[in-house]
Design a protein around this ligand. Structure first.
Ligand SMILES: Cc1cc2nc3c(=O)[nH]c(=O)nc-3n(C[C@H](O)[C@H](O)[C@H](O)COP(=O)(O)O)c2cc1C
Length: 306
């Protein structure tokens, strides 16, 4: 019997596949991914105040992936706390990662304090959204100091709940930013968020295809960037990594684990292949483990560095 389970920061995942944040927007609907066989789910990023999101259309598929500018549509922390609690009560056997987003350090701390009583498996700090900027016009995750500052402040109040820092690939040295987060107390790194921003122009309508004109790029086209980012982060830190960005097959999962990921997010592929992608990947991984005579997938994490 092949065992796909993986331990990540003392929590057992039945398999290494997770749903990345934002792929499903409404909190109750995240159950669809659990029913489809993921090992764990990340909820849509929550902000302090309710956000309606950017003008429609917010997503656009193209031949190598997708462009999105959802604009962090979410009910705001007050309502989200109720919905997250209900979701966790109804899905007790699945590790839940609660994703939080702010542009201010103090507000991140406030959000974490509101989530702690729910006792989620992990809290993920979205330090990387290209669609929302700080007062200086920068994505927070792009500045080394900013990422470390957020993690350090949050760790003072987060107690035993592990804190994951989700990073943007749109930086010069992602490994250095990951190290800053580790030094500030992060328990794990999540990489990568979307690449870009990018733009697609409809040549008949003669204007950009999505409402916000530009958006983050995800899906297969960004996969080599993901592999390089995870590889760089693995070299720079000792804390474990959740790798994501363009993963759509079991071969991609093996490759990103070779680069250094312990868990693997599969998001945009659910739009192109459907939720059945999780079972398809699990079948491929099971066959691979049998063929390679692997007892646990952890054996291949970081293999490409040897
Ligand atoms: C429609 C959509 C919405 C997203 N919303 C969020 C979000 O709220 N928070 C976040 O951290 N990442 C968000 N992301 C980024 C994903 O979590 C993930 O990092 C990225 O899409 C790369 O993985 P993939 O190629 O498997 O989709 C979003 C991505 C998409 C496509």
């Amino acid at each position: 019997m092949v065992d796909l389970s993986v331990e990540f920061i003392n929590i057992n995942f039945p398999n290494p596949l997770i749903l990345p944040s934002g792929i499903i927007t409404e909190i109750p609907e995240h159950k669809k991914a659990i029913d489809a066989g993921v090992g764990g789910v990340t909820l849509k990023s929550i902000t302090k105040d309710k956000r309606e999101g950017n003008p429609l259309p917010r997503m656009w598929k193209y031949e190598h992936g997708m462009l999105n500018s959802v604009g962090l549509r979410n009910p705001g922390i007050k309502k989200a706390v109720i919905e997250v609690k209900r979701f966790m009560d109804e899905n007790k056997n699945t590790p839940v990662i609660v994703s939080l987003f702010s542009t201010k350090v103090s507000e991140f701390v406030e959000l974490v304090e509101r989530i702690i009583p729910l006792n989620p498996s992990f809290i993920e700090l979205n330090l990387s959204c290209p669609n929302t900027v700080d007062e200086m016009g920068n994505s927070l995750g792009m500045e080394e100091g900013a990422a470390g500052k957020v993690v350090g402040a949050v760790k003072k109040v987060s107690g035993k709940i592990p804190i994951l820092a989700k990073l943007s690939p749109n930086v010069v040295e992602i490994g250095e930013i990951a190290k800053t987060c580790e030094d500030a107390g992060a328990d794990g790194i999540v990489a990568i968020n979307t690449v870009g921003p990018g733009m697609i122009i409809d040549i008949v309508k003669e204007k950009p295809v999505i409402g916000n004109k530009e958006g983050g790029v995800s899906g297969p086209g960004i996969f080599p960037i993901t592999v390089r980012c995870v590889y760089d982060i693995y070299k720079s830190v000792k804390i474990p990594i959740i790798g994501m960005g363009g993963v759509s097959s079991w071969q991609n999962v093996v490759e990103i684990m070779f680069a250094g990921a312990t868990l693997v997010g599969v998001g945009t592929a659910t739009y192109t292949k459907g939720m059945k992608v999780y079972e398809e990947i699990k079948t491929g991984l099971t066959d691979y483990m049998k063929k390679e005579n692997l007892k646990n997938l952890k054996e291949i994490v970081g293999q490409a560095h040897k």
